[in-house]
Design a protein around this ligand. Structure first.
Ligand SMILES: *[C@@H]1O[C@H](CO)[C@@H](O)[C@H](O)[C@H]1NC(C)=O
Ligand SMILES: *[C@@H]1O[C@H](CO)[C@@H](O)[C@H](O)[C@H]1NC(C)=O
Ligand SMILES: *[C@@H]1O[C@H](CO)[C@@H](O)[C@H](O)[C@H]1NC(C)=O
Ligand SMILES: *[C@@H]1O[C@H](CO)[C@@H](O)[C@H](O)[C@H]1NC(C)=O
Ligand SMILES: *[C@@H]1O[C@H](CO)[C@@H](O)[C@H](O)[C@H]1NC(C)=O
Ligand SMILES: *[C@@H]1O[C@H](CO)[C@@H](O)[C@H](O)[C@H]1NC(C)=O
Ligand SMILES: *[C@@H]1O[C@H](CO)[C@@H](O)[C@H](O)[C@H]1NC(C)=O
Ligand SMILES: *[C@@H]1O[C@H](CO)[C@@H](O)[C@H](O)[C@H]1NC(C)=O
Ligand SMILES: *[C@@H]1O[C@H](CO)[C@@H](O)[C@H](O)[C@H]1NC(C)=O
Ligand SMILES: *[C@@H]1O[C@H](CO)[C@@H](O)[C@H](O)[C@H]1NC(C)=O
Ligand SMILES: *[C@@H]1O[C@H](CO)[C@@H](O)[C@H](O)[C@H]1NC(C)=O
Ligand SMILES: *[C@@H]1O[C@H](CO)[C@@H](O)[C@H](O)[C@H]1NC(C)=O
Length: 741
């Protein structure tokens, strides 16, 4: 901080106190417009971040003297920290551009990055857009939309990734790269397609500054026509030509000293399910108040605020609820001038020690005259069904509606139009949203093939089913996702259920309301994996099952129960079942040390039963080094499914329990060899960890009589998400913003 203070002093002395401590900035363009007299109207919004006084934004300049007007409106502060640690402002600029060139560019510069480990002071920014009219949208190209919150903070040991927003309104592919005119902070890497910042080694504590270029490339073959009558064609995803638009995103990340525990929900706030997913496209209409709701929880820290990067005049209401839960409601009423704007909104939940992940969404502003129809989506493990209420959308002719794949038909009765599809048919797209797997389809109105432009009322109804991809929850929430859905072409869509049963009959699942269930150490846990497939004849194979003390299956502290198809743990017993089920029992155990929970992750494969070389046919492979080729088409890739946590309550203090029936019964099966490693600190030969703390011999030794609590709640399987149907007069608003590609 001393260096920062010195720097401030210096810059004040030099009289360059403009944006004293710059944390970064972003610009987002409105879709540019071409006027009848040949000029272009380019409007953009600049968000600038800093420590305090963000009102004084640095200015952009128009390159090449092509701007006949360049009007910057009032800059308003949009969010700030009460303690003066960060702020953000937004300003709007409208330029009239008169040029015969095929592109237009802007530049900006400033002197004063916040004091950082990269030693950067000056910054420059740049944006360049192509002025050709696209053959696909019949409009000028739109630039990728992005922003960040003002102050990103992460404890050194907890940094895993920062997902940057990179949404293109035209549906173009957006590529991200570190700007070539700025040094790249060491040990950081940026995935050029997902725009995710990750680390490749240890990152240094202190402020790190980033300059990232976002560039869009058409996802389909298009032709661009320019004012001077020339044209150029672009091939799908050709990244050798200059991008259609490039914008720079600058941000800083404060790497904080390490903290004790990184699991989300502990000290780092975790977003709860009402919060939109990263990358969601939300809709707002002119003149109507739009609201975004986010909820986060931290059990061992207090969330005192949410940072929000949003438009001017948005309002933020923060509420602190019980059990470490805090919520924020962001409200904003778009004006006529916001029509067709794609507004980036990012947010984080703040604690003194840390910060949640950053999530960003795009708010698409459409006309007020949209008819809000009613529809419902039903999601089941391998299919979805949408039903539109005809009464809510008068004037819509069902004969002009189709699903993404027009060969799938919609059906209707007197009141509803319904469509039913599996996750692998009818053009349903699978999207990995990081935390969710989303299956999307949409209902569109037909257009006559020869009609180039239509002014007819148009229907576009996007709908989807979301499934949490993995359990990223701590025991505090008692959440459990029992079903997993995957798709693969030769297997259609299939899913797995991973359940705990009450007894060895494997019929009585532990019911949600019965949780938490108490079991004693040494008690058997009965678990079952069941495959649910569209195909009638498939075989389930459980290749591995391992236990970890948290929900990260990659945790180096792990214990193998089944490995390479072989039973590793001596207490595991497989119970006979049919070919789509795998039932097994294992004795309760816990990890030695300060771990009070256990997660189980199994890797499962589906095979065609008649395939002699499939993984299923091979069973236990004792020699894991012998690599095996995957029988093409005969089996799926392996999928990981997780169950947990199993929570141990009560102090893990040894206590005599010589009257314990379970122990008596269990003892007769055990080899009567040397005394068991009962001390929590005993090291075993394997990897230096005494992972299993289980009593596997002599009854007379002290017994851990701690209570084994299986705190697993069976959640409703499905999260349905229905994005409002829109009916619009203008093609412009029909840009398919729901599907990123
Ligand atoms: C072109 O028209 C726009 C408004 O449509 C106007 O602002 C601009 O001044 C005009 N430019 C020229 C060169 O006539
Ligand atoms: C903003 O900048 C102007 C001129 O550069 C300066 O006079 C003014 O004091 C600054 N305002 C703040 C709040 O820093
Ligand atoms: C654009 O080109 C036309 C014809 O070549 C010319 O008349 C006009 O002055 C040019 N405009 C600009 C801004 O250079
Ligand atoms: C920063 O910018 C100022 C003026 O814009 C320039 O005089 C100075 O040399 C620059 N410093 C560095 C380190 O590039
Ligand atoms: C993106 O990264 C991949 C792998 O690092 C590389 O092969 C590819 O060329 C990059 N694409 C672009 C557009 O830079
Ligand atoms: C980058 O990571 C490596 C490995 O973790 C580490 O040795 C190195 O010091 C790191 N570099 C910096 C500049 O921190
Ligand atoms: C795009 O154009 C290239 C070359 O003209 C062609 O090979 C390719 O099939 C086209 N792609 C599509 C999707 O039309
Ligand atoms: C924001 O609110 C102020 C004062 O209420 C108003 O003057 C201004 O026009 C508003 N700006 C926008 C972009 O709505
Ligand atoms: C967080 O930090 C602020 C200022 O440093 C302090 O006033 C506040 O009490 C702290 N809150 C907690 C919960 O520690
Ligand atoms: C029409 O279909 C909807 C959706 O499937 C259903 O809820 C409704 O009961 C059906 N109505 C009649 C009259 O069959
Ligand atoms: C299985 O169910 C039967 C009848 O419901 C019961 O008698 C038997 O004890 C059960 N077996 C186990 C292992 O719980
Ligand atoms: C296989 O067994 C499970 C119970 O273990 C049962 O739910 C499922 O219906 C059975 N499947 C078939 C095809 O019999």
């Amino acid at each position: 901080m001393e260096a920062g203070a010195l720097f401030l002093l210096l810059s004040a002395l030099l009289g360059t106190a403009l944006a004293q401590s710059f944390y970064g900035n972003s610009i987002s363009f409105m879709p540019p417009q071409k006027k009848n007299n040949g000029t272009f109207r380019v409007t953009f919004y600049q968000r600038q971040n800093g420590r305090s006084s963000c009102q004084n934004q640095s200015s952009f300049t128009c390159e090449g003297g092509v701007c006949t007007s360049f009007d910057k409106s009032n800059v308003l502060q949009t969010d700030q920290d009460d303690a003066g640690r960060w702020c953000q402002s937004e300003g709007q600029t409208t330029a009239t551009v008169s040029t015969n060139k095929t592109s237009f560019s802007l530049r900006g510069a400033g002197c004063c990055w916040a004091s950082n480990v990269n030693g950067k002071t000056n910054w420059t920014t740049h944006a360049e857009l192509d002025l050709g009219t696209r053959s696909d949208s019949h409009a000028l190209n739109s630039c990728p939309v992005t922003t960040t919150v003002s102050s990103l903070r992460v404890p050194q040991n907890c940094f895993s990734r920062i997902r940057l927003l990179a949404h293109d309104p035209d549906g173009d592919n957006v590529r991200c790269r570190f700007s070539s005119d700025a040094p790249v902070p060491s040990n950081f890497t940026l995935d050029n397609t997902t725009c995710t910042l990750t680390s490749t080694g240890q990152i240094s504590v202190g402020v790190q500054v980033f300059e990232v270029m976002l560039e869009d490339f058409s996802a389909t073959n298009i032709t661009l026509t320019y004012a001077d009558g020339t044209s150029a064609s672009r091939q799908a995803s050709d990244t050798n030509l200059p991008p259609l638009c490039k914008v720079k995103l600058q941000f800083s990340v404060e790497v904080l000293p390490p903290i004790q525990r990184c699991e989300v929900g502990h000290v780092q706030p975790m977003f709860l399910s009402k919060t939109p997913s990263h990358g969601d496209v939300l809709h707002a209409t002119v003149g109507q108040t739009f609201q975004l709701y986010a909820e986060a929880q931290a059990h061992h820290a207090s969330i005192y605020d949410f940072q929000v990067s949003g438009p001017q005049n948005m309002s933020k209401v923060f509420r602190d609820a019980n059990s470490g839960i805090a919520e924020v409601t962001v409200s904003w009423t778009p004006q006529q001038s916001d029509l067709y704007r794609f507004v980036p909104v990012c947010f984080t939940a703040e604690t003194n020690e840390s910060q949640s992940e950053m999530r960003c969404v795009v708010v698409m502003v459409t006309q007020a005259s949209i008819i809000q129809g009613k529809a419902t989506v039903e999601c089941s493990p391998n299919k979805m069904k949408v039903a539109l209420d005809k009464a809510s959308m008068p004037g819509i002719d069902e004969n002009f509606l189709k699903l993404s794949d027009p060969s799938c038909s919609l059906t209707s009765n007197n009141t509803h139009i319904t469509g039913s599809m599996s996750f692998s048919t009818c053009g349903t797209k699978v999207e990995d949203k990081g935390d969710f797997i989303v299956f999307k389809n949409e209902i569109n109105s037909f257009e006559l093939p020869n009609e180039i432009i239509t002014r007819r009322k148009t229907v576009k109804i996007g709908f989807s089913c979301k499934f949490p991809k993995a359990i990223s929850i701590s025991s505090f929430y008692n959440l459990h996702k029992s079903d997993y859905i995957f798709t693969e072409s030769s297997f259609g869509s299939f899913g797995y259920a991973f359940e705990i049963y009450r007894d060895g009959n494997f019929t009585d699942k532990v019911d949600a309301s019965a949780y938490p269930v108490e079991v004693k150490l040494l008690q058997k846990i009965f678990m079952g994996i069941e495959a649910k497939s569209e195909l009638p004849n498939v075989k389930l194979f459980v290749e591995s099952c391992k236990a970890t003390p948290d929900d990260n299956p990659e945790n180096t502290l792990s214990y193998d129960i089944i490995k390479n198809g072989c039973l590793e743990d001596e207490t595991v017993q497989v119970h006979p079942s049919n070919q789509t089920s795998f039932n097994f029992e294992v004795q309760a155990f816990k990890f030695t040390g300060n771990y009070d929970q256990v997660y189980l992750t199994c890797s499962v494969i589906l095979c065609k039963p008649d395939s002699p070389f499939s993984r299923c046919a091979q069973g236990c492979l004792k020699n894991p080094s012998r690599r095996r080729r995957r029988g093409l088409g005969g089996e799926t890739v392996s999928h990981e499914i997780t169950q947990g946590p199993l929570q141990f309550v009560g102090p893990p203090v040894p206590k005599a329990a010589d009257d314990d029936n379970v122990v008596m019964k269990k003892s007769d099966k055990r080899p009567s060899v040397s005394p068991p490693p009962v001390s929590p600190d005993t090291k075993s030969s394997e990897g230096g960890w005494n992972i299993k703390q289980i009593l596997n011999s002599n009854i007379s030794t002290a017994v851990f009589a701690c209570v084994f609590l299986v705190s697993v709640v069976f959640m409703a399987v499905i999260v349905c998400y229905f994005s409002k149907k829109r009916k619009e007069e203008d093609r412009n608003a029909l840009i398919d913003s729901d599907l990123e590609n």
